[in-house]
Design a binder for this molecule. Structure first.
Ligand code: NAD
Length: 251
């Protein structure tokens, strides 16, 4: 099937959809200038994850870990939603639910105006104390105190899920509850390698709940045969086309 026909198929499904699930990864924010992890120019090419995004690394050298996150926060503070984030926000309308699950630690979906966003890997803008459980929103970039310290005296950590850690319970329960409700028309999986088993599992559950599963990515991903339609391209190009009323003229 040609790209135009694939886009038309998804556009048709979206036009009638009352319930849309969206799963996003780092790729959706790439066009906002936020580096992904695993691409050719991704963060992991330059840095070893085990030096920064693990609890061991934090215990060994919290200042080093915080300097890395502080730099990411400074960069992120400049980032603005791109046409992909805005297209998802524009999909919300009376009589249609758009439920977004994001692996991203930025807040570009919220900035674009999306109302129902579940963050499964935490937020770059929250800090947490492991001793007394305090969680604070903190948007200082750069941080004035590095590492930030809790009122109880403990060094606080980024409220981000590190390698080897479990997903936070509350967002996962929200997602499972949503999936159990069923009746999902469309599941857009955007800008993720789908390396984590739970991403594949949730897309599969959405499919079982009736969804057409659409992968929006320039490359093939770990979703494999779950995908009904692969819209190959950049999210910022592909998603706005799903909202166009008529077929764009082919020159
Ligand atoms: P990843 O880096 O593993 O993969 C990025 C994916 O995006 C690739 O499949 C790539 O082909 C695709 N991609 C690149 N540019 C794209 C574009 N313009 N449009 C559509 N797709 C594009 O990212 P992942 O699968 O999300 O990995 C998960 C981890 O990355 C999560 O833990 C997440 O917290 C973290 N992460 C988040 C951010 C952020 O918050 N913006 C940034 C980097 C990494």
């Amino acid at each position: 099937m040609r790209a135009v026909a694939r886009t038309a198929r998804v556009r048709e499904r979206l036009a009638k959809a009352k319930n849309v699930m969206v799963i996003t990864g780092a790729g959706i924010s790439a066009e906002s200038g936020v580096p992904t992890f695993r691409d050719a120019r991704g963060l992991w090419k330059e840095f070893n994850p085990l030096d920064y995004a693990t609890h061991d690394a934090f215990e060994r050298d919290p200042v080093r870990v915080w300097k890395w996150y502080d730099q990411r926060r400074v960069n992120m503070a400049q980032a603005r939603p791109n046409p992909a984030h805005r297209a998802l926000a524009a999909m919300q309308r009376p009589g249609r639910r758009v439920f977004i699950v994001t692996q991203n630690v930025d807040d570009l979906h919220e900035q674009a105006g999306s109302k129902e966003v579940v963050h499964i890997h935490g937020s770059l803008w929250r800090i947490r104390c492991e001793r007394d459980g305090t969680v604070l929103e903190n948007r200082e970039a750069p941080l004035s105190e590095l590492p930030p310290t809790c009122m109880c005296g403990e060094v606080m950590r980024p409220d981000i899920v590190w390698f080897g850690e479990e997903l936070p319970r509350q967002p996962v329960e929200r997602i499972l509850h949503y999936l159990l409700e069923g009746g999902i028309d469309l599941c857009l999986v955007i800008g993720t390698e789908a390396t984590f088993g739970y991403i594949v599992q949730w897309a599969l559950q959405a499919r079982e709940a009736g969804a057409m599963v659409v992968d929006v990515n320039p490359r093939d991903t770990g979703l494999g045969s779950i995908v009904d339609v692969h819209l190959r391209g950049k999210a910022g190009d592909v998603l706005p086309k799903l909202l166009q009323e008529t077929e764009p003229e082919v020159s």
